[in-house]
Design a protein. Structure first.
Lengths: 171, 164
């Protein structure tokens, strides 16, 4: 039987950093998409959010999140940050990177697109975090481009941050 | 490289249905993953599951839920079903996404642990662990909602994952 969990593209950020990670020309031949992200970003803080754009559109997103910071659990509604606490800042413990899985079922359909994310940012300090998000992109276009952008001031992805896009076929 | 992630079966509902069932699941994989996306005919329903047709009080779960305002946790024991969702349940106007992992589903020596995430962008997000207190290999999965039907257009796909 065919292997149906297939790497479409992978990006590793070089020494100069990167303001975005972009996957373009995504074929419509899969059923679902998955992004595995390992990220550290410039700037300081507890943990960073990574924003999503589909087809270079950053609007029509809605959703909510559930997270924990080591002392309490919270739930809220992000407006523009569509993955929560999925990257470490540069003032975190050295060599630590946040991680996330972004799952997009039926990305090529003519329906609105649901997105499920799991993210963590652990740093051996007082404020490691993890979070889940449920997101809806109210757009019927097939997704053919995904752009990841740190949601912090001028923050950039730092060297060795990686993102890999996989396609999954149901048959 | 060995093939380690394979589709076993997929269903897209052409009309509303009470459940989606995968049967005659072979024991040749290490784990199973089920992906569901869809809506319910009526609002406020939770996602349930039974395996191998077991309707006895052999299931328990613990769940963590956020509804966009508050986080909470609760559990149930000696139930007749697994429960996959609370806030992340299917609604009539927003699709829900549910990702379920059946760990070591085919071994015949341990009870089966099932972990899942359920998301509904308008209602909530859940992380749940279920336990089925049986050492039998899982050979069928009935995926359904607490009351009423799953809406037309819902999709569910079962994948097998091999460790080698």
């Amino acid at each position: 039987m065919a292997n149906t969990y297939i790497q479409i593209a992978s990006v590793t950020v070089g020494s100069g950093g990167a303001s975005t990670i972009d996957f373009s020309s995504i074929p419509a031949t899969y059923t679902d998409l998955v992004i595995k992200l390992s990220a550290r970003v410039t700037g300081t803080g507890t943990s960073a959010n990574i924003g999503l754009k589909f087809n270079n559109i950053g609007t029509s997103f809605s959703g909510l999140y559930l997270g924990g910071n080591g002392s309490s659990a919270v739930s809220g509604s992000p407006v523009t940050e569509l993955t929560i606490w999925t990257a470490t800042y540069n003032d975190s413990t050295a060599n630590t990177f946040g991680n996330a899985e972004i799952y997009i079922p039926n990305y090529a359909s003519a329906n609105y697109k649901s997105v499920s994310t799991d993210g963590v940012a652990e740093n051996n300090a007082t404020d490691g975090r993890d979070a889940f998000t449920a997101t809806l992109w109210s757009n019927t276009a097939a997704i053919n481009q995904i752009t990841l952008t740190p949601q912090v001031g001028p923050g950039d992805f730092m060297q060795y941050s990686t993102a890999t896009l996989y396609g999954i076929k149901k048959s | 490289m060995a093939t380690t992630y394979e589709p076993i079966a997929t269903t897209t509902l052409g009309s509303a249905a009470a459940d989606i069932t995968f049967s005659s699941i072979s024991g040749t994989y290490t784990d199973l993953r089920l992906i569901f996306e869809g809506m319910a005919v009526s609002a406020g329903q939770d996602i349930y599951c039974q395996v191998n047709g077991d309707t006895g009080s052999n299931y328990s779960h613990t769940r963590l839920t956020g509804n966009g305002t508050a986080a909470s946790s609760s559990r149930g024991s000696s139930l007749a079903f697994m429960r996959f969702s609370d806030g992340g349940s299917p609604q009539t106007t927003n699709t829900s996404v549910t990702k379920v992992d059946f760990m070591g589903y085919s071994n015949t020596t341990t009870y089966k642990t099932v972990i899942n995430r359920a998301d509904n962008s308008n209602r909530g997000t859940d992380a749940v662990v279920n336990l089925w207190r049986s050492t039998a290999a899982i050979t069928s999965i009935k995926f359904y909602i607490s009351s009423g039907n799953i809406a037309s257009g819902a999709t569910a796909t079962l994948y097998g994952i091999k460790s080698a």
